[in-house]
Ligand binder design. Structure first.
Ligand SMILES: C[S@@+](CC[C@H](N)C(=O)[O-])C[C@H]1O[C@@H](n2cnc3c(N)ncnc32)[C@H](O)[C@@H]1O
Length: 274
């Protein structure tokens, strides 16, 4: 198992196929989380966003805390032992397999990301408790069939799987039909499976969030699409949201007042496939 705290780079400098001349969402997010896998354009974009919305880094930690609480809920209360975590990000504290396997060593986790820099850190994600398993797929969320086919090498799709889409769907523009992608993913998993989503909100603290989204979109070639609660709710169509439903991430089963006090402008929910 990897320890807590940011995981150091697997190699010196970025891999040769990585364009570090422009900011990228995974590395900007890494900067906000206090990681070291980010370069000048990422730092410029991250700081510009922090000027537009001063609580953004704290909010990102709130999103990460939701990820851990959702995984703990899925293992301890929903009995899930298999996770498909798409949009993994650069490894940080409390990666999905660490949280899941700390509760049930036999948990199996497949990570998916399309960023070569995340791939370069995959080794840190491929540690596993004995009896469990982790795997990493260098794939795009849009390629659902390919993801399911490759993930079947590690996950048993006849048994429930938790599909984790934590902080990724805002990277998918409307024209790429994110709702259709979610539907295809959830039709590949059996009843009793779960979907966990967190998604930056366009309708919480709207002025700051609008400034944040527009600053990031000025500075990053890959555009982000923040969405309203109603738009995020659509991703859960046909599924049963577990309590407390689709809420601001810090309000989803908080463990403490510190969780609850986090300013994350992020919608979050977990739902069961009936
Ligand atoms: C904001 S980070 C979130 C990381 C992590 N899930 C978390 O919440 O802490 C978004 C991640 O999604 C990845 N990503 C964005 N678009 C993607 C796509 N179309 N397919 C696969 N991964 C994608 C990025 O490379 C990045 O690592």
């Amino acid at each position: 198992m990897t320890g807590s705290g940011p995981v150091p780079a697997d190699r010196e400098g970025p891999p040769p196929d990585i364009d570090i001349s422009v900011a990228h969402v995974a590395r900007v997010y890494d900067y906000w989380l206090g990681g070291k896998t980010n370069f000048t354009p990422d730092q410029v974009a991250a700081r510009a966003a922090m000027r537009a919305a001063p609580h953004v880094a704290e909010g990102v930690r709130g999103n990460r805390a939701f990820l851990a609480r959702a995984v703990r809920y899925l293992v301890s209360q929903a009995g899930v032992r298999q996770f498909l975590d798409i949009g993994t990000g650069i490894p940080a504290a409390d990666n999905t397999h660490e949280v899941a396997q700390a509760m049930a060593r036999e948990c199996r986790v497949v990570y998916v990301d399309n960023d070569p820099i995340v791939l370069s850190h995959a080794r840190a994600l491929l540690t596993s408790e004995p009896g469990g398993a982790t795997a990493y797929l260098d794939q795009d969320l849009r390629n659902v069939a390919e993801i399911i086919q490759a993930a079947a090498g590690t996950l048993d799709f006849a048994r429930p799987v938790a599909v984790m889409l934590i902080g990724i769907l805002h990277c998918v523009p409307d024209e790429d039909d994110p709702a259709g992608i979610v539907e295809r993913l959830m039709s590949a998993v059996p009843p009793g499976s779960y979907l966990a989503i967190s998604h930056p909100a366009s309708d919480i603290n709207s002025p700051g969030v609008r400034r944040l989204a527009s600053r990031l979109n000025e500075l990053m070639p890959a555009k982000l699409r923040f969405r309203s609660r109603a738009e995020v709710a659509r991703f859960f169509d046909g599924l049963e949201l577990v309590e407390p439903g689709l809420v601001r991430a810090p309000e989803w089963r908080p463990d403490s007042d510190a969780d609850l006090g986090n300013p994350a402008a992020v919608w979050a929910g977990v739902a069961r496939k009936p």
